[in-house]
Design a protein around this ligand. Structure first.
Ligand code: THU
Length: 156
């Protein structure tokens, strides 16, 4: 996998994350988040989706990662996150992915560049989630290797 992200790709990914954030469904928090994942075959966007039963709300990063998985693109190179309602005065913390999303990134995009729109610093998952929990993968259909998943997506 090519880990290098060009400046053009970075700019485009941030733009997609910012644009899609406007589609977030966040009537309770009024905190809209957009995420965009760069895979081998394209860009996959996602937003946070809240629910009246608050605990069922879903984050933008996990939406975007699910989108990439559903498209069979499993070689993920970068993820950009845009928290368009975050308050700069609160420092960086309103912009960073939550713990659950960090665990998802560790699983699905472990080598990716993590770009936080508006923050002039690139992160890796080892910065955000050191000593992440990992489990060995079995051969059941949900534990496909990258190569198996790619082959399956081309065969369909
Ligand atoms: N949120 C995300 O979409 N991503 C994160 O990493 C942090 C939080 C969403 C969830 C909720 O809809 C709103 O932001 C406020 O927590």
């Amino acid at each position: 996998m090519d880990l290098f992200i060009s400046p053009e790709e970075r700019t485009r990914l941030c733009q997609v994350a910012k644009d899609v954030a406007k589609c977030a469904y966040a009537p309770y928090s009024q905190f809209r988040v957009g995420a965009a994942v760069l895979g081998e075959r394209g860009i996959y966007a996602g937003v946070n989706v809240e629910n009246a039963s608050y605990g069922l709300s879903w984050c933008a990063e996990r939406s975007a990662l699910s989108h990439a998985v559903a498209k069979g693109d499993v070689a993920l190179r970068a993820i950009a996150v845009a928290c368009i309602d975050a308050d700069n005065k609160q420092g960086i913390h309103e912009f960073l992915p939550c713990g659950a999303c960090r665990q998802w990134i560790a699983e699905l995009a472990p080598n990716s560049e993590i770009i936080i729109v508006g923050v002039d610093r690139v992160f890796r998952i080892s910065d955000l989630l050191p000593m992440a929990f990992r489990l060995r993968k079995s051969n059941d259909p949900g534990g496909r290797s990258v190569e198996q998943a790619r082959k399956a997506s081309f065969d369909t």
